[in-house]
Design a protein around this ligand. Structure first.
Ligand SMILES: Nc1ncnc2c1ncn2[C@@H]1O[C@H](COP(=O)(O)OS(=O)(=O)O)[C@@H](OP(=O)(O)O)[C@H]1O
Ligand SMILES: Nc1ncnc2c1ncn2[C@@H]1O[C@H](COP(=O)(O)OP(=O)(O)O)[C@@H](O)[C@H]1O
Length: 195
């Protein structure tokens, strides 16, 4: 019962961790269709930050769904639950002082807003990896679009499930017109003053 649960205050505070790390925590949220480039760009940004001595961790859709969220499907309700859990996990990472990069399709506006509310006072940067469905399908990195067209995958985002693009993302990357390196420079330039 909730009434019988009491939050434990930690002796080492967020502020202590921030001081020890030499930078603030930050959540960089990558959203976009499967194959849009979220993982590629998030990994490249993390590598750059890591090389600068910044404490980072990257949460990625496939990895989380193979582990803690292996019980979830791609139904709307399970995607909501996927987001809720990831929001909580990200919040723990931020508590630990990390610059946390999260790469999830995260197709619903409402869920992305919820994440923003979970992390409250910590800076949240929304990066929209804007790649057309045609290009994602053309890349078909994992063969999922082919399966979706053949009816073997239901609820495939962009084909048989919705993707609600952000109206006002902090950063928008058009991968059909921008290289990975150019995207990384833009993202790094945007976040560095926030750390
Ligand atoms: N139906 C369907 N729709 C979208 N994606 C699918 C689907 N089935 C499997 N996959 C694979 O799962 C990865 C997306 O997981 P996420 O947790 O990011 O999705 S979501 O935020 O809950 O929508 C996604 O990873 P990325 O390609 O990296 O985006 C796919 O590899
Ligand atoms: N400008 C670009 N930015 C990001 N990825 C690109 C770009 N151009 C081509 N790609 C390719 O698109 C694919 C994106 O796959 P991935 O990063 O796994 O996407 P997601 O994580 O969104 O599913 C990779 O094979 C990557 O090399």
């Amino acid at each position: 019962m909730d009434d019988n649960i009491f939050l434990q205050a930690y002796q080492v505070s967020r502020k202590d961790r921030q001081k020890s790390n030499g930078h603030k925590p930050l959540l960089i949220w990558f959203t976009g269709l499967s194959g849009s480039g979220k993982s590629t760009i998030a990994n490249a940004v993390e590598t750059k930050l890591f090389q600068e001595g910044i404490k980072t961790y990257c949460l990625d859709g496939d990895n989380i769904r193979k582990g803690i969220n292996s019980d979830l499907t791609f139904s709307p309700a399970d995607r909501n639950e996927n987001m809720r859990r990831i929001g909580e996990i990200a919040n723990l990472m931020l508590d630990a002082g990390l610059v946390t990069l999260a790469a999830f399709v995260s197709p619903y506006k409402k869920d992305r807003l919820k994440i923003k509310n979970i992390v409250k006072d910590v800076n949240f940067v929304e990066v929209y990896i804007n790649t057309s469905i045609e290009e994602c399908e053309n890349r078909d990195v994992k063969g999922l679009y082919k399966k979706a067209r053949a009816g073997e995958i239901k609820n495939m985002t962009g084909i048989s499930a919705p993707y609600e693009a952000p109206d006002y993302p902090d950063i928008e990357i058009l991968t059909e017109f921008e290289t990975v390196d150019e995207a990384v420079v833009r993202i790094i330039d945007y976040i560095m003053p926030k750390l």
